[in-house]
Write a protein that binds this ligand. Structure first.
Ligand SMILES: Cc1cc2nc3c(=O)[nH]c(=O)nc-3n(C[C@H](O)[C@H](O)[C@H](O)COP(=O)(O)OP(=O)(O)OC[C@H]3O[C@@H](n4cnc5c(N)ncnc54)[C@H](O)[C@@H]3O)c2cc1C
Length: 388
């Protein structure tokens, strides 16, 4: 991997593909292209390993894919989740099986592992490198970085997540003021909880938000939540106060957060999250992961969608690089395939997200689902995909 401390140098090489953003979507794409022998460069503004806000639940639908690209899941002794609990803000709870199931793996570990594997297969990983511009002229992209370096590539992919400087730079339509909607804030911590039930994902609602808990390696429990930003503002922009006054009103969530406050655990916080619809191609840059569409986290499946999109895009990029399809065909086919595969899940996630966090609706919903277990299976299926 490129040393982030060394002064960046302008590369004279023409890469097959430049990927901006090194989360799961960008990294799995870089790894696949590198394994196919393509010249690929990936830019990540942070330096691996690092923590990020994520529930770290990886749906089993990704298992075969991750193994195929070289992630040794079977040797990693990861917690497996097969049960699910959901509660309303008043503590009304539903316990259910999780047919599809998932694994717990921290992003700290996963992202670093993917970056290392991609580098081992020949990808150039420029970490600690923030991209400031991406421009398309004469069938080539020029990528400029904050350090003043430039790189050239035949293809450029945007995997920069929910919100980045490049969204405004490319004038992406989802930023138009007319499309402003609710804004959210998300928080994550790892807790040492002695009595968290094994093999279980818990999802606890509170007013205008919900909090997920699930096991990750090292005997820790990931505790991540998303809340309407109004909850934070109403409590003097203090996360601890918002947790005390809003989240801890749910009696099932209270003991976990009391434990977090007792141990003085400091969370990671991100803001400015929106779920507005986005485009899959802007200024010829092909978007994937959250940059193409952010799924509500309660669906627990944003990483799956990013990896699935990377799988889809990899096949089409190789066709373009082999001269079998034109750039226009690549852009059209990717947009169509992405919509077919993923847009329904985003819409389903968005609808369920609107119900979650509304106290009376969630309470009524939990009561109905307790009587109709097949409905719970149906909703869980809506938010998950098939192995690929
Ligand atoms: C509270 C919460 C809980 C969640 N829980 C789960 C879960 O349990 N399971 C699940 O599957 N999904 C979950 N998700 C969703 C999941 O975290 C995201 O869908 C996933 O991280 C998206 O991956 P990505 O690669 O698209 O983006 P990211 O992982 O956000 O990566 C984007 C990267 O781009 C980099 N970047 C940005 N701008 C630039 C730039 N200009 N130059 C260089 N680099 C740049 C960033 O530093 C970042 O590393 C959750 C999300 C939230 C908010």
């Amino acid at each position: 991997m490129t040393n982030p401390i060394a002064a960046p140098e302008t590369s004279t090489e023409l890469y097959d593909c430049a990927i901006i953003g090194g989360g799961v979507a960008g990294l799995t794409l870089a790894l696949q292209l590198a394994r196919a022998g393509r010249r690929v460069v990936l830019f990540e503004k942070e330096t691996y390993p690092f923590h990020r806000v994520c529930g770290e639940y990886i749906s089993m639908e990704n298992y075969d894919f991750l193994c195929r690209i070289g992630v040794p899941l079977a040797e990693m002794d990861l917690p497996v989740m097969t049960r699910f609990t959901v509660s309303s803000p008043t503590g009304e709870a539903l316990h259910h099986k999780l047919d599809i199931g998932g694994l717990g793996l921290t992003r700290y570990e996963l992202d670093q592992l993917l970056a290392r594997l991609a580098a081992e297969h020949g990808a150039t990983i420029c970490q600690g490198t923030r991209v400031t511009d991406v421009a398309f002229t004469d069938e080539q992209f020029t990528i400029s970085t904050a350090g003043g370096a430039t790189y050239r590539a035949r293809l450029a992919c945007g995997a920069w997540g929910k919100h980045a400087n490049l969204d405004s730079k490319l004038h992406r339509p989802f930023l138009e003021p007319s499309r402003e909607g609710r804004q959210f804030v998300a928080v994550k911590r790892h807790l040492q909880l002695d009595n968290f039930p094994a093999a279980t994902v818990e999802m606890h609602n509170f007013r205008d938000g919900y909090c997920g808990l699930s096991p990750v390696p090292g005997g820790l429990t990931n505790c991540s939540y998303i809340s309407d930003v109004r909850n934070l503002r109403a409590h003097g922009n203090s996360v601890a106060e918002m947790e005390r006054q809003v989240l801890m009103q749910n009696p099932l969530l209270r003991p976990y957060l009391e434990e977090a406050h007792r141990t003085g655990d400091s969370p990671i916080v991100i803001s400015q999250i929106t779920f507005r619809e986005r485009s899959t191609v802007d200024a010829h840059v092909l978007m994937l992961g959250d940059a193409a569409g952010t799924i509500a986290p309660l669906a627990g499946n944003g990483m799956s969608m990013g990896m699935n999109a990377s799988f889809l895009l990899n096949g089409l990029l190789l066709e373009f690089l082999d001269g079998r399809i034109s750039r226009a065909e690549l852009e059209q086919q990717y947009t169509r395939a992405w919509r077919q595969l993923l847009s329904f899940r985003i819409t389903a996630g968005r609808l369920i997200h609107q119900v979650f966090g509304q106290p009376w609706l969630t309470t009524a919903g939990v009561r109905v689902l307790k009587r109709l277990p097949f409905m719970t299976d149906f909703i869980l299926k809506l938010t998950h995909g098939q192995p690929y």
